[in-house]
Design a protein around this ligand. Sequence first.
Ligand code: COA
Length: 185
Amino acid sequence: MPVLIRREDSADVPAVRTLTAAAFAKPDAPSGAEPVEVGLLDKLRGCDAWIPELSLVAVDGSGSGSGSGSGSEVVGHVLCTRGHVGTVPAVGLGPLSVHPHHQRRGVGLALVHSALGAADALGEPLVALLGEPAYYRRFGFRTATDLGVVPPEPAWGAYFQIRTLTAYSPELRGGFAYAEPFNNL
Ligand SMILES: CC(C)(COP(=O)(O)OP(=O)(O)OC[C@H]1O[C@@H](n2cnc3c(N)ncnc32)[C@H](O)[C@@H]1OP(=O)(O)O)[C@@H](O)C(=O)NCCC(=O)NCCS
């Protein structure tokens, strides 16, 4: 199935919630339990850290041609929100979700590349995330501490990574702070 990447619009919000719940569902969770990532998305959507240009959906591109509008099936989503290195604005990536029925077909790859390109075009200096280095290395992410950017939790170690962008300068060092809703997970 070909996928198209575009900005999320308001009609996509219920589908993005549903797919995030499916992507982060834990087999041993009590029935009806909602993954924390769903509530996190809701809180981020309502706060001033939200960057509409960096909430992107992957849609089934086999039908409509443009992939825009609420008729297309949403199979993936990526979000970057406002964070800071010290007092300097930067972005934090996540959650990233691909529906389990569509995983391992390059949808995550397309979403992350698109988010990085969009963040670069917006003039952001770097993108930070907490994730599996074996997955994110292919996008140019590196251990953040190697570049002097310190995770909010020291125990995150090599799982806290940054991808530098065109506006990055090596003087950009210090503690990374995510948007406030990440603090209450
Ligand atoms: C992680 C996720 C976004 C990847 O999306 P995807 O569309 O399945 O990934 P892609 O098809 O673009 O890439 C597949 C490749 O990534 C690898 N990969 C996927 N998840 C991985 C992980 N957690 N660790 C290491 N590699 C991983 C696959 O092995 C595959 O590698 P290969 O191409 O060498 O075989 C998706 O599996 C997902 O939504 N997972 C549940 C939610 C989640 O964990 N989100 C990320 C939180 S940081």
